[in-house]
Design a binder for this molecule. Structure first.
Ligand SMILES: N[C@@H](CCC(=O)N[C@@H](CS)C(=O)NCC(=O)O)C(=O)O
Length: 195
């Protein structure tokens, strides 16, 4: 979400949330998850939905390719990460496996590495098959796909996943990381990092 706001050049206030289950936050986001985008007193949850809102309300600069097929590919790529890979590997799922299901930490790490490998392999193949190669995933500017990709690669690295099989993903990540919109959005550049 921060990446999208930065790419759009929008002024926003980043409000750290330390307790997602606190009643005042749950009122904003009944799933008690981050992030929530508050616009004019209205709360928008689910990051892709919030980014879609930004794209509709502030179309320039665009975060989707103009071509309808490429647009679909960009959304599909982002969904594979946000709706599937992230949903399977997010902390609360790992915690449930480890604590409630009593699956040992090494197996939970294997779970993480498995879904990461399965998803990134498919995404690498999808990019390899592109009819025309673009600077970023599906355009010469970052789109939904790149916005979803970069944070998930950073997560995978934190879990020591081997990413060497994904040269296209890594090449695009490197280009994104050179852009201030991505650099400024990194967790370590936020005021609450490490708290
Ligand atoms: N699909 C949701 C995922 C939201 C999500 O899982 N966010 C994590 C942070 S990346 C979170 O809130 N974790 C806190 C928790 O699970 O309690 C989205 O894209 O907004």
């Amino acid at each position: 979400m921060r990446i999208a706001l930065n790419l759009k050049g929008l002024d926003f206030e980043y409000v750290p949330v330390s307790k997602t289950k606190a009643p005042e936050y749950v009122q904003r986001n009944p799933q008690a998850l981050l992030p929530t985008l508050e616009v004019d007193g209205v709360n928008i949850t689910q990051s892709l939905s919030a980014i879609e809102y930004l794209e509709t309300r502030f179309p320039n600069p665009p975060l989707l390719p103009e071509d309808p097929i490429l647009k679909a590919h960009s959304r599909s790529f982002a969904l594979a990460i946000c709706a599937e890979l992230h949903a399977l590997t997010v902390r609360r799922v790992r915690k449930y496996l480890q604590t409630d299901m009593e699956i040992g930490a090494p197996k939970v790490s294997a779970w993480y590495a498995n879904w990461t490998h399965v998803t990134f392999s498919a995404l690498e193949a999808l990019l390899e098959k592109r009819q025309s190669v673009t600077e970023f995933c599906f355009a010469d500017f970052p789109t939904f796909a790149d916005i979803a990709l970069v944070p998930q690669l950073a997560n995978a690295r934190r879990f020591d996943c081997d990413l060497s099989e994904f040269p296209i993903l890594l090449d695009i990540e490197a280009k994104c990381r050179d852009l201030p919109a991505f650099a400024d959005a990194r967790p370590e550049n936020q005021t609450d990092y490490g708290r």
